[in-house]
Design a protein around this ligand. Structure first.
Ligand SMILES: [Zn+2]
Length: 74
């Protein structure tokens, strides 16, 4: 089994909360701003309004992916 560094659910929640507030989240472990990368761009022909955000910590390289649906809070 490959060891893949990941955030705990609590850490993911904190990142997501910061992101929803319009701030660039920082890595809960390294305290450095995370890097945002766009995902997709229609190559799979997603025909509905859906945005996916991929945030990566430049130091520990943990990543968090969120589906952001417009008008939906969860
Ligand atoms: Zn980190």
């Amino acid at each position: 089994m490959t060891e893949l560094a990941q955030y705990s659910p609590d850490e993911l929640g904190a990142i997501r909360e910061a992101f929803k507030e319009g701030k660039m989240p920082e890595c809960p472990r390294c305290r450095v701003p995370m890097t945002e990368r766009p995902i997709g761009g229609g190559s799979f022909g997603l025909g509905y309004a859906r945005k996916r955000e991929w945030l990566i910590c430049p130091r520990c390289h943990r990543s968090a992916i969120y589906d952001i649906r417009r008008g939906t809070r969860n």
